[in-house]
Design a protein around this ligand. Structure first.
Ligand code: SAH
Length: 371
């Protein structure tokens, strides 16, 4: 058993089974043994790979989006450029370089990184120190700690790591799925809570789902989306949320763990694998809209990147490359945009101050306007 497993077993023996959300947050973010706190999980030799690690084109286009958003905000003299869960800092570095095409943007932007992992903070510091001139960000544990002022927020693959609760429909109503100690005492198992959950905790769209259906709810994700939206409305600005997920609330069981590019049993050896769940964009959008913010999308990542000009960027990179590099650029392009790869499952949602025009990539095409 891992040290974290032993602690969780003690905790459950003392206080009873814990929610999946609690298990997930201990496994990912425990200050000593959490998966993200101890590891740099990204890249080919890590546990998984993300869009900015696939190609510089991804971060560059996000950087153009940020510069364009700043322009539409009326070029404020100071803007907080905030990234949530910045991994190795690759996205921010690529975005920063590309956003330099917009005169005045980099002078106005203060970089803030919201990151719980000391290992990744170090990695982010060295990535951004390599820029010329070097960028020295400010780190925070929570978005709420970023000082007041106009904001532009980016979050790629952060929301899927926020803890979720699972509920299951039974003959006695919805019951929460909890984590208990396995019968042999050597690991964990899922059990159902002895009492039914108040139906108000279950999203309306799934409340009447058939018996045995599972519903996933992430209060942490909902609260964060609302917090970002509220800030954009009050101080000006907007956010780009990119993640894999769905745009309708349905019964689902998407909780999964990933280790070394392969699936891993969710309850096994907590702290040693990434645990995540698909993002419910409909629920995030609803929470953001309730603050008065305007929502755009979600649209598929492929469509978003094409609207921002990935084809031209790809052609330009290939023009200066040898044949091996050209093949790598083509393969990255496919991976990021193709509907069978990251192009559809990954979605992009923009949350903006309602006074702003639709942000880059989300303009409605004339053929889509219904008469
Ligand atoms: N955005 C990066 C990394 C994605 S991995 C990329 O696209 O490559 C998830 C990132 O979120 C990691 O940096 C992880 O340490 C961070 N993270 C996980 N949970 C977090 C939380 N609750 N608050 C802030 N950062 C978190």
């Amino acid at each position: 058993m891992t040290p974290l497993s032993r602690r969780l077993v003690q905790m459950i023996r003392a206080d009873g089974p814990i929610s999946i959300a609690r298990f997930m947050s201990e496994a990912l973010a425990h200050p000593r043994y959490g998966y993200y706190v101890r590891n740099d999980p990204l890249g080919r030799y890590g546990d998984f790979i993300t869009a900015p690690e696939v190609s510089q084109m991804f971060g560059e286009l996000v950087g153009l989006w940020c510069a364009d958003t700043w322009l539409s905000m009326g070029r404020p003299e100071a803007v907080h450029l905030v990234e949530l869960g910045p991994g190795r800092g690759t996205l921010m570095a690529d975005a920063w370089r590309a956003a330099g095409v917009q005169t005045g943007f980099r002078e106005a932007a203060r970089v803030h990184l919201v990151e719980i992992s000391p290992v990744l903070r170090e990695r982010q510091a060295s990535t951004l120190a390599e820029l010329s001139p070097p960028v020295r960000p400010t780190w925070h544990h929570r978005f709420a700690d970023v000082a007041e002022g106009p904001i532009i927020v980016i979050a790629n693959e952060l929301f899927d790591a926020l803890p979720i609760h699972q509920f299951q429909r039974t003959l006695e109503g919805w019951r929460e799925r909890l984590v208990d100690v396995a019968l042999d005492g050597q690991g964990f198992r899922l059990v159902l809570a002895p009492r039914a959950t108040d139906a108000a905790a279950i999203p309306g769209a799934v409340r009447d789902a058939p018996l045995a259906s599972v519903s996933e709810v992430s209060p942490a994700a909902i609260a964060l989306a609302a917090e970002i939206a509220e800030r954009a409305v009050r101080c000006g600005g907007g956010a780009l949320v990119i993640d894999y997920g769905v745009n309708e609330t349905r019964p689902r069981d998407t909780l999964q763990a990933v280790r070394q590019h392969d699936y891993h049993p969710v309850l096994q050896a907590p702290g040693s694998a990434d645990i995540c769940a698909h993002v419910d964009f409909a629920v995030l959008a609803e929470a953001a809209r309730a603050t008065g913010a305007r929502l755009h999308g979600p649209i598929g990542q492929g469509r978003f990147l094409r609207a921002l000009g990935i084809d031209a960027r790809c052609a330009k990179l290939k023009a200066g490359a040898n044949s091996t590099q050209r093949a790598a650029i083509d393969s990255a392009y496919q991976r990021l945009t193709d509907g069978t790869r990251m192009g559809e499952l990954f979605k992009v949602l923009a949350i903006t101050d309602p006074v702003l025009p639709p942000p880059a990539g989300f303009e409605v095409h004339p053929s889509e306007v219904r008469a």
